[in-house]
Ligand binder design. Structure first.
Ligand code: HEM
Length: 404
């Protein structure tokens, strides 16, 4: 927190903070967020003149996915220029401001891994500090206070900082930290998901078929889909059910989510592994798990684990497949993109709804294709192992235009 974002909070209790913020992202609050996300996604995708065109446009798929999700996610959590989502001048201001936030954030994101490992050169460190200053100006709590439609999540977090007695300057720095915690994973997830679909026509056809079933054929509907109800978002076993379970979503995250999961040992204990190895853990030790290697990429659990199989998490009857084995034992945790236990990602349900809405909008309203259908799936940027969703080493160019 300190090394990357210069955030130091007095008497900071992460568990207390997470418990308080978790409720702002669930149940009734989740449905308000999902609705706001639908409007904001449409503002940055379907109403933005540079994107919503009937002329073919070329762009990197990673750039398209990350910028769309970050801009819409930022507007949803941090608020809009004006209350009325339909107001065209508000939309234009939202488009310009969210683009500015994304452009600065993207520059920061390029340097963040080195900053976390304290390996920035003197010149990079200067650049990194200047980008942070620009972002603090954009995200200052004073400016945020003037925004409309702020989420309950933001209200609660700001109040939490006030309760901790943190000054305004530190509150602003915490806003940037939260922008990273909440927005750095969903965009890359949309990128990998779309890329796997574009490279696997059978999977694409299955998802398109499922989408038409729940939203109706586009030929028979007019105008934009304003929002997709939770019930509809939950009735997509091929794409993925609530909580990121099932098929395409689960398979994408199995292959591309590589967080470190760190825990503090609370009491002396002996940890026995199934292969009979034993570790003596002392109270206060820190434990770091890397589920990406196992279970996620373990060939004993998944046949050809490096391959994308869109129906890997589906049974033949279309229900969710949950039986995966290692050493003859059925596994409780067979993939862990969201972490696990009480510290599991608190934004998981909002993330799943948002990813689904973004992919559905892109597939429903745009013709989208790889510029080079033979383009290989790029390697991962290896610096990112341990930090959540992986990013590609190079972008993949796509062509897109609004459907006729
Ligand atoms: C594909 C999208 C996402 C993935 C794969 C993901 C994954 C994770 C993981 C692995 C953790 C750590 C869990 C652990 O320690 O066991 C985490 C924590 C967290 N996630 Fe997510 N997440 C995603 C999207 C989101 C979104 C959209 C939000 C908020 C709106 C969010 C908010 C958080 C927060 C606040 C934490 C706690 C951070 C901390 O401990 O400091 N996440 N997430």
């Amino acid at each position: 927190m300190d090394r990357m974002f210069d955030v130091r909070l007095p008497d900071y209790d992460p568990n207390e903070e997470k418990a308080m913020l978790r409720m702002t992202l669930q149940n009734q609050n989740l449905s308000s967020l999902t609705k706001a996300m639908a409007f904001n996604l449409q503002a940055v995708l379907l109403s933005e003149p540079s994107r919503a065109s009937r002329q073919w446009k070329e762009e990197g798929l990673f750039h398209l996915s990350y910028s769309t999700m970050l801009r819409a996610g930022y507007l949803t959590l941090y608020g809009n220029e004006g209350k009325d989502y339909e107001d065209v001048s508000n939309q234009a201001k939202d488009q310009a401001h969210s683009l500015e936030v994304y452009n600065e954030f993207y520059k920061l994101d390029r340097l963040l891994m080195k900053a976390a490992r304290s390996s920035l050169s003197a010149e990079e460190k200067k650049k990194f500090d200047n980008i942070k200053k620009d972002l603090w100006k954009l995200l200052s709590v004073r400016k945020l206070d003037c925004r409309a439609n702020q989420s309950l999540w933001l209200d609660c977090y700001k109040q939490h900082l006030v309760d901790l007695g943190v000054d305004e300057d530190m509150q602003t720095r915490a806003m940037l930290l939260q922008l990273w915690s909440t927005q750095s994973n969903a965009g890359p997830a949309v990128f990998w998901l779309l890329l796997f679909l574009l490279k696997h026509p059978l999977a694409m056809a299955a998802v398109q078929g499922e989408m038409e079933k729940i939203l109706g054929s586009r030929k028979h509907t007019t105008g934009h889909v304003r929002e997709i109800s939770q019930e509809k978002l939950d009735s997509t076993p091929i794409f993925g059910l609530q909580g990121g379970k099932d098929s395409v979503m689960n398979e994408t995250l199995r292959l591309t989510a590589a967080p470190f999961i760190t825990r503090e040992v609370l009491r002396d204990m002996c940890l026995r592994l199934p292969d009979c190895r034993e570790y003596c853990l002392r109270k206060g030790d820190r434990l770091c798990l890397f589920p990406y290697i196992s279970p996620q990429m373990d060939p004993e659990i998944y046949e050809e684990p490096e391959k994308f199989r869109y129906n890997r998490f589906l049974n033949a009857d279309g229900t969710e497949k949950t039986d995966f084995y290692k050493g003859g034992e059925k596994l409780k945790y067979y993939t862990m993109p969201w972490g696990a236990g009480i510290n599991v990602c608190i934004g998981k349900f909002f993330a799943v709804n948002s990813i689904k809405q973004c992919v559905f909008l892109l597939l429903r309203y745009f013709d989208l294709e790889l510029k080079d259908p033979k383009a290989k799936i790029p390697d991962f940027d290896k610096e990112r192992y341990g930090f959540g969703m992986l990013q590609p080493e190079i972008d993949v160019i796509v062509r897109y235009k609004l459907k006729d």
